[in-house]
Design a protein around this ligand. Structure first.
Ligand code: NAP
Length: 292
């Protein structure tokens, strides 16, 4: 059984990976255990643990804040990743690292395959793309996994929750809710993504190393996602669509960042289920709708 070391173990993806990998020999490290920017400490700790598989879910992903804090963004999303990739390469570990749809410029009208030309529109996207390239260049045994619109039961601590919980809170406030309708994504449940990553690890090196796209199936705008959340929860909310420009967000975001999964499926791995099914299960798990 491979020894798996999980970084960012308290995050929303990290929490669901802990569950999905419960049968594995797993060492979980939170931010408190290891700041990935502390390369010396990372070498000491991970060098001692000698993982067969190193999973990095850490990120600095407050997208608007990244515009004002490029140094932190690059420290966590690129420089730290360089250190981890070098170390994983030296140890002969398989390195699983997560990246983002925000590496794309959003001008496509059909889902992006892995070899589509990146063109990030914001500091976060540039820093994640730098991280990807560093992994691909410095760690031969790597899986770089791009995904989109994550939400999970733990919530992203860095973002103070997730989109679903934010919508439910705003909806309950009784105030009008305005949501961007001209950004199309695929909301992805971290529970499903974690199960897919566990399946990848189970295949133990039989899946060719490289870059993969994996998200839930389907696509929608953030506005359509909000509509689905309120519908499934049976909430009557004064909800209306706005444009990205009207939202006033600091960072520019891609208008369309749906990812194509063909390479994942060709590698013998399963597609994830449609985003709406995953959303229903998430709402049940959080107690927002009945399990009956
Ligand atoms: N969230 C999304 O919508 C989304 C979309 C596409 C791709 N992704 C990517 O998917 C991955 C997982 O995202 P997520 O939503 O699960 O994030 P998350 O819930 O915010 O989890 C990230 C974890 O990393 C930890 N962390 C942050 N900086 C750290 C540092 N310097 N050293 C050690 N740990 C650190 C955080 O701990 P603290 O909170 O204690 O700092 C947190 O536990 C990331 O690579 C992200 O870029 C996310």
């Amino acid at each position: 059984m491979p020894h798996v070391v999980l970084l960012g173990a308290n995050g929303q993806l990290g929490t669901d990976l802990r569950e999905a990998l419960r049968g594995a020999r797993l060492t979980c490290l939170t931010h408190a255990d290891l700041d990935v920017c502390d390369t010396t400490r990372a070498r000491e700790l991970l060098g001692g643990l000698r993982p067969d598989v190193l999973i990095n879910t850490t990120a600095f992903h407050k997208v608007d804040v990244c515009e004002d804090e490029p140094a932190t963004s690059f420290a966590v999303n690129a420089s730290a990743v360089y250190g981890l990739a070098l170390l994983a390469g030296e140890l002969g570990s398989t390195f699983i690292h997560f990246s983002s749809d925000y590496v794309f410029d959003g001008r496509a009208r059909s889902p992006y395959p892995e070899d589509a030309l990146p063109g990030p529109l914001n500091v976060y996207g540039v820093s994640k793309l730098a991280g990807e390239y560093l992994v691909r260049r410095f760690c031969p045994r790597h899986y770089v996994i791009r995904t989109t619109g994550l939400y999970g039961v733990a919530g992203a601590s860095g973002k103070g929750g997730n989109f679903v919980e934010t919508m439910i809170r705003l909806g309950k406030s009784g105030n009008p809710v305005r949501v961007v309708a001209n950004q199309v994504v695929t909301p992805t449940a971290t529970a499903d993504l974690a199960t897919a990553v566990a399946a990848l690890i189970e295949r133990d090196g039989q899946v060719p190393f490289g870059l993969y796209h994996i998200t839930s199936a389907g696509q929608c705008s953030w506005y359509e996602f909000a509509v689905a959340i309120f519908e499934l929860c049976g909430m009557q909310v004064d909800l209306s669509p706005i444009t990205t420009a009207e939202s006033g967000a600091k960072a520019t975001r891609p208008a369309f960042s749906v990812l194509d999964h063909t390479r994942w499926v060709h590698a013998g791995l399963r597609e994830l289920r449609p985003w709406r099914e995953a959303l229903r299960d998430y709402l049940r798990a959080k107690g927002h709708i009945s399990t009956a």
